[in-house]
Design a protein around this ligand. Structure first.
Ligand SMILES: C[S@@+](CC[C@H](N)C(=O)[O-])C[C@H]1O[C@@H](n2cnc3c(N)ncnc32)[C@H](O)[C@@H]1O
Length: 247
């Protein structure tokens, strides 16, 4: 089966950009909630092209940052960034690697991971007492101006934040929750190009004809040359409960 992320690897950074301010706000939230500092080693699971991994490494002056990415083509993009260490592995294979880390980022990837509870237990065992995980995701009812069928596809794959928090709590983490609504305006042509490029994996199952029908639906709902976008980003930080490592 074709890996969707292989097909968009070369344009990923371009189609998933939005704006410098959007990226800055995201970065600030991650640094704050992961409490990133110079002694930390970061594992960015599903780190894609490594762009965020690199920004986190450089902004927080981290000791080291790993970009763990299963799509070969995304991994090859990440490998072009020499300051980060990129590994071609999915979350399951990540657990077989002999590497140490203190902070773990799962940004826009948690819905792709099939055995989450195994990963949470592994991380509880592996992380030091000051260790932290951060999930960055979106609510099932996505606010982005997609067409209805795409919203439904998204809803079906997306776990509820309550479920993620419960899983982490059960595995020995203390969790909290923050929603950051981010509003901005894009040229409609740019937004439509993002959708045509299937910037989200939930769009991968639609034919070109279905995408064009979807764009007509969005166009009717949002007249004019620009489009107001609201992205509700959910942050779930998790810290190790108690000071003892689970054996
Ligand atoms: C929407 S992208 C997010 C990339 C990056 N974290 C970012 O925010 O730009 C989702 C990434 O998760 C990766 N992925 C898919 N399944 C995965 C799995 N089972 N374990 C780890 N990563 C996975 C994909 O290859 C893709 O690069």
């Amino acid at each position: 089966m074709t890996n969707h992320f292989d097909t968009i690897a070369d344009i990923y950074n371009k189609v998933w950009y939005f704006s410098g301010q959007y990226q800055k706000s995201m970065l600030e939230n991650i640094i704050e909630l992961l409490q990133l500092g110079k002694d930390d080693v970061l594992a960015d699971i599903g780190g894609g092209t490594g762009a965020t991994t690199r920004l986190l490494l450089e902004t927080s002056n981290l000791r080291k940052a790993y970009c763990i990415e299963p799509s070969r083509k995304m991994f090859l993009e990440a490998q072009k960034i020499p300051v980060i260490e990129s590994v071609c592995a999915d979350a399951g294979e990540f657990m077989q690697l002999e590497i140490d880390f203190s902070k773990v980022l799962l940004k826009e990837v948690v819905h792709h991971i099939p055995s989450r509870q195994v990963l949470w237990r592994y991380l509880r065992h592996k992380l030091p007492a000051q260790g932290r995980i951060l999930i960055v995701t979106r609510p099932q009812a996505i606010a982005l101006p997609l067409f209805e069928k795409a919203k439904q596809a998204f809803r079906q794959k997306q776990p509820k934040h309550e479920v993620l928090m419960q899983e982490l709590e059960t595995s020995g983490f203390a969790t909290s929750y923050r929603v950051h609504p981010y509003r901005f305006t894009l040229d409609k042509a740019v937004w439509f190009d993002m959708i045509r490029n299937r910037f989200m994996s939930d769009l991968a199952g639609f034919t070109n004809g279905e995408i064009e029908e979807g764009l007509i639906e969005i166009d009717a709902k949002y007249p004019g040359g620009t489009i107001e976008i609201q992205d509700n980003i959910i942050y779930i930080p998790a810290s190790v409960k108690g000071m003892d490592r689970m054996e």
